[in-house]
Design a protein around this ligand. Structure first.
Ligand code: NAP
Ligand code: MG
Length: 482
């Protein structure tokens, strides 16, 4: 942490969801301390040391962060595994993606170009410059703690912003490390501030704070709506990465084995606790039975259990409330008449893991109107729904309040691209379950949010456009000849 806050006596216990063991006592930030963190960020921004630093120098510091994260990847990975409960194989991939993200935005820092306009009049020169938006409040959920923090912190720092980073209460540990890494890399004091706490109010206070210029939020759609409403009072810039109910569309001309494997990964990766989880599988009728049988058979080989075992595919469920939500959705599915094909229960694990929170990978045959086909469960639960025609598949896929991601499985390049174009979705992946890269924008249509993360587009969302108009006539402009 780069603020100089005095530690208070108040802490809360942070647990490992796989065992229930307390792994850290974490500082409970007070409102006064949050205010001090925002003021530190404001002072650092207004002081100009970071925001006015040569972009090439800022780029080197952001790149140094990438290097330090790379050097500490194993340690950060294990911290994430113990804090969040995710499988170590999943966390390992994230660490690579985090390094890539910081590297990408280190490069972006020197490419934050403005434009030169055609002269509006012969005597004018008009150009724009991109200036950092100011103090950014970054609010993070618990499912990909360091990854989603990186998606905000890396472009914000590269653009010259200062940041107050608020991780989720259950997974604060890697954010704290990121603060230390920033200082070690040469980020000046006050530029990146990390605030931890277990109450609801921290995020709310950050969104209300008059000295914060922008909120970059990732979390649930319900909270995102509150954030947008609260931010309106101070006309803050807001970007929202919210929930999803993302479909996989599998056509009869797909490579079915590949589609089955992709659909399994697409929903069960990170225990389904992913905003872009492909939680609805829409299947052309002619391949429905074959696909479902193969899915159920293959999914039996998905290993649920000890997150620290490199062979594990699916680790723990991060929160007690989340486990209860998954359990209750499985009950709702059965009560509504969906047919359970797989899972639907907690595994019985032994030893330390007996105190942990786990759920077996679960699949239902469902109808599109069933709640489990429409509402975000955020767990390892998938529904299968049949369709006849391409038009019906598109209509089913788009019949959702969300529009974050989709996968299209077809060997017909024309069809795959036709369908991709028709989907109201921020990302469409063709013949692949997840495809997230630092250079490619990520974000939602509809109630999955607005704004984008990743890609150069994101740099724009951490900057303001300033138009500079220069009069180049022989004497300065004197409109009334006074
Ligand atoms: P959440 O309950 O909305 O919380 C997200 C963050 O917001 C937490 O840090 C939370 O802190 C904070 N928060 C809560 N109330 C707030 C308020 N009134 N004002 C400001 N901040 C507030 O979501 P979650 O349960 O942690 O995460 C799961 C959700 O995130 C899912 O819906 C998932 O789809 C979505 N998600 C989306 C993306 C994406 O990129 N689109 C990525 C990952 C996850 P406290 O808990 O301390 O209140
Ligand atoms: Mg934890």
């Amino acid at each position: 942490m780069s603020t100089t806050l005095e530690a208070s006596d108040t802490t809360y216990q942070d647990r490992n969801p796989a065992t229930g063991a307390v792994i850290a006592d974490v500082h409970e930030t007070t409102r006064e301390e949050l205010d001090a963190a925002v003021r530190a960020a404001r002072k650092a921004f207004d002081g100009g040391k970071w925001s006015s630093m040569a972009a090439s120098r800022r780029a080197k510091i952001v790149y140094k962060m990438a290097q330090l994260i790379g050097e500490r990847a194993n340690e950060l990975m294990m911290l994430e595994v113990r804090d969040n409960g995710k499988a170590v194989s999943t966390a390992k991939g994230e660490m690579g993606a985090i390094v890539d993200c910081f590297e990408f935005y280190a490069g972006a820092a020197t490419k934050n170009f403005g434009e030169t306009m055609p002269p509006p009049l012969p005597t004018y020169l008009a150009n724009t410059v991109r200036e950092p938006v100011g103090v950014v409040g970054a609010i993070i959920p618990w499912n990909f703690p360091l990854l989603l923090a990186s998606w905000k912190v890396a472009p914000a720092l590269a653009a010259g912003c200062t940041v107050v980073l608020k991780p989720a209460p259950s997974t604060p540990l890697t954010a704290i490390e990121l603060g230390k890494i920033a200082l070690e890399a040469g980020v000046p004091e006050g530029v990146l501030n990390v605030v931890t706490g277990s109450g609801r109010e921290l995020g709310q206070w950050l969104v209300e704070h008059p000295l914060v210029d922008k909120i970059a939020f990732t979390g649930s759609t319900a909270t995102g709506k509150l954030v947008a409403k609260t931010a309106a009072d101070t006309v803050k810039r807001v970007t929202l990465e919210l929930g999803g109910k993302s479909p996989s569309l599998v056509f009869d001309d797909a490579d079915i084995d590949a589609a089955v494997a992709g659909a399994i990964y697409g929903i069960f990766y990170n225990a389904g606790q992913a905003c872009e989880a492909r939680s609805r599988v829409l299947l052309q009728k002619s391949i429905y039975d074959r696909f479902v049988a193969a899915f159920v058979e293959k999914a039996k080989h998905v290993r649920v259990g000890n997150p620290e075992d490199p062979q594990t595919h699916v680790g723990a469920i991060t929160l007690r409330e989340q486990l209860e939500k998954i359990e209750s959705y499985c009950a709702v599915g059965s009560a509504e008449g969906a047919k359970a094909l797989l899972g639907g229960s907690a595994p019985s694990l032994e030893g330390d893991l007996a105190g942990g929170m786990f759920w077996n990978v679960t699949a239902f045959e469902a109808r599109p109107e069933h709640r489990i086909s429409r509402e975000e469960i955020f767990g390892p639960v998938v529904t299968f729904v049949p369709f006849e025609t391409e038009a019906e598949a598109i209509a089913l896929a788009n019949d959702s309040e969300y529009g974050l991601s989709a996968s299209v499985w077809s060997q017909n390049i024309g069809r795959a691209n036709r369908v991709a174009r028709a989907l109201r979705s921020g990302t469409v992946a063709i013949n692949t379950p997840y495809a997230v890269f630092p250079g490619v924008p990520f974000g939602g249509y509809k109630q999955s949010g607005y704004g984008r993360e990743l890609g150069m587009e994101t740099m724009r969302l951490y900057t303001e456009t300033k138009s500079v108009l220069t009069y180049i006539g022989e004497k300065p402009m004197n409109p009334w000849s006074l």
